[in-house]
Design a protein around this ligand. Sequence first.
Ligand SMILES: [Fe+2]
Length: 156
Amino acid sequence: MNMTTKKDVKTEVAELLKPILADQHILYTKLRNYHWNITGKMFFNLHTNFETLYTDLALDIDEIAERIRSLGVYAPGTMTSFLKLAGLKEEKEDNYPVASAMVENLINDYEYVVIGLKNSALKMQTEYSDEVTAGYLYSLAQKYEKHNWMLHSLLN
Ligand SMILES: [Fe+2]
């Protein structure tokens, strides 16, 4: 008989959370990079907004990591593991995009994270019946979609 035990389900859900945690770290680092290195007419606006976004993201990162721990699994906590697990790409070394390109990159990254959140949430619901974790991921997706609306609005 091939029965999935409760422990297996928790591990599977935690495994789905790990790449999300990793992508959040890539995005967090990118936001800090852009906060420091933004130039141009939009400096004050974007410098401040990027800080707001990474400060908010730091809280989400903590929630995801501690959810992994609540499921009985160790949370990845090194840059090496984040880079291995992440789907998002870091900004290139010594590359400082113009303000509008920074915003576009962030929009693309948030979009990518939202897709991952929704896919993982659906899997958690349908395959592992973990409505609680799925619900949290959907709420994050909703928030990041809102961030993207604001970032889009900055460009127009
Ligand atoms: Fe700062």
